[in-house]
Design a protein around this ligand. Sequence first.
Ligand code: ZN
Ligand code: ZN
Length: 514
Amino acid sequence: MLQRGTSLNNYTFPPVLKAFSQLQAFREGGPAHSLVIKLGFDSDAFVQNALVHFYGVCERVDVAQQLFDEIVEPNVVAWTSLLSGYAKLGDLECARRVFDVMPEKNLVSWSAMISGYVQGGQFVEALRLFHEMQVLKICPSLPVLVSILIAIAEMGALQEGLWVHGFIERNGLGWAPNLRASLVHMYMKCGDVVSAWQAFDKMPDRGLDVWNAMIVGLGLHGQGEEALRIFLSMVTEGLQPDDITFIGVLCGCSHAGLVDKGLECFASMNTVYNVLPKVEHYSCVVDLLGRAGLIKEALEVIQSMPVEANGRVWGSLFGACRNHGYAELGEIVGKHLIKLEPHRAGRYVLLANIYASMDRWEDAIKVRELMKQNGVELEPGCSLIEVDGVVHEFLVGDRVHPQTSDIYRKLDEMVKLCRCKGYVPNTKHVLFDISEEEKEGALCWHSEKLAVAFALISTDLEAVIRVVKNLRICGDCHSMMKVVSKVYDREIVIRDRSRFHHFKQGRCSCMDYW
Ligand code: ZN
Ligand code: ZN
């Protein structure tokens, strides 16, 4: 049109700007905006609304806000664009302010606000808003349901997840492929492998996303054999695996100690399935070998890999050195990692531990000092547990829960009973213990212990106790949970930063291999 000199009017720009928005083509959209001003359409309401949308999508919320302020009566699209613009930038307070004052909300506005909360890690807020939709009898859209299942998965709020599953079925909302995958993912992340299987088995046509959710989930639970089995049936059904599929399978093999099968699968990636291994896959292989104590082989993989090793790859080797007593190599790798990722607290802790294991206390203290100099702080340990549909949060040594005194009384009892059954609290090297978090004096009230104590006083005798922890579980909590599961005859499922631990009758599904 521009080349032919066709005259443009105010109807030309909204669709053009919409196209630029869809493409997130910020640079190409700029000249269109100039043209709008030149031709004098900048006071046309449709054009103004389209411009706000464009700048909101392109993450230029400052410009979007300026243009928005000039509109006399912004429409719901402009309001929502502004809201999404703030949400995308992670400014959830501003986004919420817009959400609260907008005169009319549509499904896109709700979805933008909820997904903003989920992306910003504010899962409780996301759920609260979702419940508000129910109160107002607004039927959630597909993106809302997907977002909310992600929030539930992250929090490990199984009751909530079961409710949403039922809600979708009751209301006949249908099962889009990504909703199916989100459902399987949610059950897996909530530690309920049985429900994940049930949902998976019932699904009539499963796309790659659904298979991947299943394989990755089984991997997280350390069910390597099952992950491999599902992988093979997926291939038999004619689906082409992608890089996520292989991350799932390799991670499963690694957690289950299936070294040969994992290596075989890795070798087949390129030769059989035409999937080029990425740095993530190399990281899985290093982890697979390292966990099994094959440190030399793991190092060889790093030295021969065609892509550059990142912090995750070196981190896998580092952890393996610590676990298998390769202190000298661990020291070299640890120093390298701290240079590579000076902001990661866990790296310093592990190096300090390696020094401590060699009785090089002065070096260990130096690492701690370096950590302070670099302004790096330990992330506080935090555990979530859902009881009667309410998610409770515990921090290490927490005393803010309304039932605090009952919880600590139960914890005392737990320790006493467990001691009788052979549990010895691991309080040696209090300063330099292998955990990623601080210990409080000689007795460590790590958050997962508090959460389990709370569960023991507030749930049915048969109920499985499910805890979500933000850091890796420490050795002391791990050995105590094993004994608790036997003494109290309760199944305990703990999801930590890297995998699931199913404690039952004195044993853990990880076979102490984590
Ligand atoms: Zn612990
Ligand atoms: Zn375990």
